[in-house]
Design a protein around this ligand. Structure first.
Ligand code: HEC
Ligand code: HEC
Length: 111
């Protein structure tokens, strides 16, 4: 048999194997985070969600004081930006998850 044909077949088989492996991996990947509660601490995929800091201690209903909905949080956290007088706002570091304050506890819910 022609050497080129043999090499091509090996290459094609390799590519197929890579595609199959990749597809199986994708199916096994869960999009739901693994949430564990232990001793009152929430762990999400092994990480502790940072608690909300009191952005405006002198204000009753500041952006971190009261939860309205995801959209109101993402007004600031959809992108990294600097708000004058407030500082750096970090971009949400994970995929969209609903009910933000189920993990990021409000300052009033301090543990
Ligand atoms: C007006 C803009 C604004 C809104 C709205 C806002 N944040 Fe923030 N957020 C900030 C700023 C500024 C910081 C950085 C605070 C610091 O560095 O001390 C921050 C920090 C954080 C942090 C890191 C921990 C911390 O507090 O330092 C998390 C988590 C967070 N915000 C989640 C949320 C959630 C959830 C909501 C909705 C309830 C929300 N943010 C609404 C401006 C905002
Ligand atoms: C299932 C729990 C969970 C939910 C719900 C959740 N988060 Fe988070 N969040 C985490 C964890 C854990 C981290 C820290 C590890 C990481 O970056 O993934 C984090 C990190 C962040 C950070 C980065 C904080 C920093 O200091 O850099 C921001 C901003 C943030 N989340 C905003 C939000 C917003 C806004 C929502 C709602 C739309 C939300 N989160 C919903 C668990 C959650």
């Amino acid at each position: 048999m022609n050497k080129t044909i043999v090499y091509s077949l090996v290459a094609v088989a390799g590519i197929m194997l890579a595609i199959i492996t990749f597809t199986i991996q994708d199916f096994n990947k869960t999009t739901e985070p693994d949430i564990v509660k232990k001793d009152g601490v929430i762990y999400v995929d092994g990480q502790i969600p940072p608690q909300l800091s009191d952005l405006f201690p002198d204000q009753e209903d500041g952006p971190h004081q009261k939860y309205v909905d995801e959209k109101s949080c993402l007004k600031c956290h959809n992108q990294e930006m600097t708000i004058p007088g407030m500082g750096l706002v970090s971009k949400i570091s994970h995929e969209f998850r609903s009910d933000c304050v189920s993990c990021h506890l409000l300052p009033s819910k301090a543990i």
